[in-house]
Ligand binder design. Structure first.
Ligand SMILES: [Zn+2]
Ligand SMILES: [Zn+2]
Length: 151
């Protein structure tokens, strides 16, 4: 495939992904190629959003407009969670050290190219639901083992 250019070429997979909260006060833009969707079944995510967190890995270069109405909650020593203080929409989970954002998939109008490929904290998933999608799965212990050395 061709590299991204300065011109207004808008082929599939080379465009930015745009999302916004319920009231529209917060707008989020992901760089082209951010297509990886993952779900987290941990108790904190389920308490935060009422169900599993389904988010797109936006990397560290997510652009957020409307930050004056974004509230950031310091949810653990290594991560924080942001929501719109006007409409209450959850926005993203951010790793403090790397600045990596997991932006809630539901914020985006265009799901083109998005691929659900990973479920984490599968051991904390309650029995009353499960996704039929065939994805990789990691337990909480496996997640910490993968990321702990970097933190
Ligand atoms: Zn809002
Ligand atoms: Zn979680």
């Amino acid at each position: 495939m061709t590299e991204a250019r300065d011109s207004a070429t808008e082929a599939e997979g080379t465009t930015e992904r745009h999302g916004h909260c319920l009231c529209g006060g917060v707008r989020v833009t992901l760089k082209p190629g951010r297509n990886e969707v993952s779900a987290c079944h941990c108790r904190m995510c389920r308490r935060w959003g009422g169900g599993p967190l389904i988010a797109i890995d936006g990397g560290a270069d997510v652009v957020v407009h409307g930050t004056e109405i974004v509230t950031v909650y310091d949810s653990s020593p290594w991560a924080e969670r942001a929501f719109c203080s006007v409409c209450g929409s959850n926005l993203f989970y951010r790793i403090k050290e790397s600045g990596q954002h997991y932006v809630l998939a539901g914020l985006f109008d265009d799901e083109g190219g998005a691929e659900f490929d990973l479920q984490v904290f599968i051991d904390e998933k309650p029995d009353y639901y499960s996704f039929a999608n065939k994805t990789k799965t990691l337990t909480g212990a496996e997640v910490f083992a993968m990321y702990a050395p970097k933190v």
